[in-house]
Write a protein that binds this ligand. Structure first.
Ligand SMILES: [Zn+2]
Length: 112
């Protein structure tokens, strides 16, 4: 569902509404924040998975190392995209980016 709260009266309205049907308040930037939240949450999930995977990294074979690196890189990409938009979810994206970078550093330290 894509419902948002009116910026004027606080009632549920559809996120594509240009003005609120209840009070008429303009809803100028109501359509993208939910997308950005989605992106930073995905980034956080990928980054935390990569970080958790790194805890066992000493016992990994090459394929598992590559898989963990892909998780970390994907997390960093999503976090970077989310940060670029400067929308709600920025704090999540910063945390995600931190976990991703930590994971990739651990991986680099393991393979070198
Ligand atoms: Zn309203």
């Amino acid at each position: 569902m894509s419902m948002v709260f009116c910026r004027g009266c606080g009632k549920d309205i559809h996120d594509s509404a240009v003005t609120c049907p209840h009070c008429g308040a303009p809803q100028t930037s109501s359509h993208s924040p939910s997308k950005m939240h989605w992106m930073s949450i995905v980034a956080l999930i990928l980054a935390v998975l990569a970080f958790l995977a790194c805890l066992d990294v000493d016992q990994y074979d090459k394929d598992q190392l590559v898989g963990t690196a892909i998780l970390g890189i994907a997390g960093a990409i999503f976090a970077g995209l989310s940060l670029q938009q400067k929308k709600p979810g920025k704090n999540l994206a910063v945390v995600a980016l931190t976990f991703s970078v930590l994971s990739l550093l651990v991986l680099l330290g393991t393979v070198s």
